[in-house]
Design a protein around this ligand. Sequence first.
Ligand SMILES: [Zn+2]
Length: 187
Amino acid sequence: MIKKNCVFFALMLCASLFSQVRIAIHEHRDYDEEQLKKLEQVKTLMENIINSEEFKNEILAMKVSEDNNPDHLTNQQIYDIIMKADEVAYPNSPYVIDLNLRMKPIPFYKPFTSVVGYTYPGINYIVTYRGKFNDCELYDLVSHYTHEWTHKLGFGHEDKKTWDFSVPYLVDDIVEKLGRKRVNGNQ
Ligand SMILES: [Zn+2]
């Protein structure tokens, strides 16, 4: 009986290990020492959220609009793509969220931008504005990196009118909510 239980627990452990993702930061260009400390906290929080049961439940319950879901994916399929973490730029490293990060100043021509950073299809890195990084709460940064990273999985948002119902925006809302809960407690 004991033996049977051990096998069972070993199987459970394997199953949970394999369904977890971890984050690998391959590059953090122009992040200073203080910012790297904050980035480490962001990374821990982001891993904790994405690997949680709550995150799974929220993803399974979200409502992506049709125009933002050209491949008619089910929420389960979207969740599986996220958890497989197989980025277009890193096709051979499943279950690892591969991040290349670069810090840049807020552009002088838009000093009051609400944007934290950006990426676009032709580049394999995520740009974060220095002033925003320094001012943002940890959960805002989790939201920013997760949003941009889902673009690296191939999810997009075209029409501004329905942006809120695209995978990147819905997922960034979810991680922000769960992050806020973890940082501030249940308020
Ligand atoms: Zn976006």
